[in-house]
Design a protein around this ligand. Structure first.
Ligand SMILES: NC(=O)c1ccc[n+]([C@@H]2O[C@H](COP(=O)([O-])OP(=O)(O)OC[C@H]3O[C@@H](n4cnc5c(N)ncnc54)[C@H](OP(=O)(O)O)[C@@H]3O)[C@@H](O)[C@H]2O)c1
Length: 415
């Protein structure tokens, strides 16, 4: 197992983790959960996810009891929970200070723990000012009930707002977001959140890597296996939304790619999520030990996802989101190309110097990485840069691409 820092924080989480949604309390109880948790631990999983709403609190009780009976040392594991849906009363849900404090205390009681490592706001709350939520989350941390806080399914704009409140008040901002991410659902992770990774060091713990099991291929034949999630009465709606022709055609199209790699489709789908460098941990789910054995081996597949394999996958799913324009105007940087050309260092490329081709498009200076050698000292200017000589241009850094470009005037142009 590999361990990654949770975003910009110092917390180390296993690249694959395990969560309680649907299964705990609906399909499995303490006895089965104990063996599934231990099976995950044996693979090096240290991060276990829960929520106050899962099985109306029963999932937290089961996880707490199982961990206690397994005799695990609390400091060896990262346990997280999420607050939002705590009950039916007007103050039992949402992200008011009242519900955050009462909900957190109730979760800890059910888990029978003094603290959770990360506490998430399970959804955005349009009825509560973000400042109240940020202050309440800091109160939870200051009381030692959680070490870090995060969000789940918030928009980039809401996360940015939370960070600006936190920075203004000298408080702790959300270190992590928990979005859905799998081969069929990619927009937030691959497009909307891009500026947040570099701006705030946002980490991601992503959910439903198998789209509730659809990406195992087990629903391909149009039959719902009796012991599966979609056979549960409460999940019939999700089943009818998920098992549509377009999705099943894609899943069938992925099967030969997995076959070629000699792995089950579930492994390919999980490895694909974990291969995204912005994903800190992929939260898996399982109702049987055999599923855990299958899923955890996805770790070994990650290095085998070559660009060629990724292209084949892309050709089948065709779900890559289009990069959107930034929601935040970037700072124009005035440079004069009369005096120098520029070499570019991109921290996104681990500080390597990358040659960049400059060109105008739609009256905006654009850049593009090129395989061409950057100009060396004393070399005449290359044709691709020649048009730029003498022009004064505004160079827009590209926060959407997540690339900060540092300019090194390293080369004197010849007139
Ligand atoms: N923040 C949020 O809003 C949110 C939302 C959803 C989930 N989550 C978190 O993410 C975790 C994972 O989500 P998820 O459970 O939906 O993940 P998932 O990987 O998409 O689905 C897991 C389910 O698929 C089936 N499965 C797993 N591995 C399999 C295999 N190898 N072969 C056949 N079937 C297999 C199992 O269900 P069956 O055996 O019953 O078919 C299992 O419970 C949750 O537990 C929760 O912690 C968070």
């Amino acid at each position: 197992m590999q361990y990654k820092n949770l975003g910009g924080s110092g917390l180390r989480v296993s690249q694959l983790s395990y969560g309680a949604w649907v299964s705990f309390g609906n399909q499995i109880d303490v006895k089965e959960v104990k063996s599934l948790l231990q099976c995950c631990r044996d693979y090096g999983v240290n991060f276990f996810d829960n929520a106050e709403v899962y099985a109306n609190g029963r999932a937290e009780e089961i996880m707490g009891q199982a961990i206690r009976e397994l005799g695990w040392k609390r400091s060896d594991v990262v346990v997280t929970t999420k607050i939002f849906w705590g009950g039916s009363g007007p103050n039992d849900k949402g992200l008011s200070r009242k519900h955050i404090v009462e909900g957190t205390k109730a979760s800890l009681k059910r888990l029978d723990m003094d603290y959770v490592d990360v506490i998430y706001c399970h959804r955005p709350d349009f009825m509560t000012p973000i400042e109240e939520t940020v202050r309440a989350m800091n109160h939870v941390i200051d009381n030692g009930w959680a070490f870090y806080w995060g969000t789940s399914e918030w928009s980039a704009q809401q996360i940015t707002e939370a960070w600006s409140v936190a920075q203004r008040l000298d408080l702790v901002g959300p270190i992590v977001e928990q979005p859905e991410y799998n081969l069929l659902s990619r927009h937030k992770v691959e497009s909307e959140y891009l500026p947040l990774y570099s701006n705030y060091g946002l980490g991601l713990t992503t959910w439903s890597p198998l789209a509730s099991g659809v990406l195992t291929g087990k629903y391909n034949k149009g039959v719902i296996p009796p012991e599966s999630r979609f056979a549960l009465e409460n999940y019939k709606n999700l089943a009818s939304r998920s098992l549509v022709d377009d999705v099943l055609t894609k899943v069938r199209g992925l099967t030969p790619i997995a076959d070629e790699l000699n792995v089950p489709l579930a492994q390919l789908a999980i490895a694909w999520c974990a291969a995204n460098p912005n994903v800190s941990s992929v939260i898996t789910g399982a109702t049987k030990e055999a599923q855990i054995h299958e899923n955890m081996k996805a770790i070994d597949l990650i290095p085998k996802l070559t660009p060629e394999v990724m292209e084949k996958i892309e050709a089948v799913v065709q779900s890559k989101p289009k990069r959107q324009d930034s929601y935040r105007p970037s700072k124009p940087l005035r440079i004069s190309l009369r005096s120098a050309t520029w070499r570019f260092s991109s921290p996104a490329k681990l500080g390597l110097m990358v040659p960049v081709k400059l060109f105008f498009e739609r009256d905006k200076l654009q850049f593009q990485e090129t395989s061409a050698d950057p100009p060396r000292k004393g070399e005449p200017i290359k044709d691709e840069f020649r048009d730029m000589v003498g022009s004064r241009v505004a160079f827009h850094l590209d926060p959407v691409a997540g690339i900060i470009i540092i300019f090194f005037p390293s080369y004197q142009l010849r007139p």
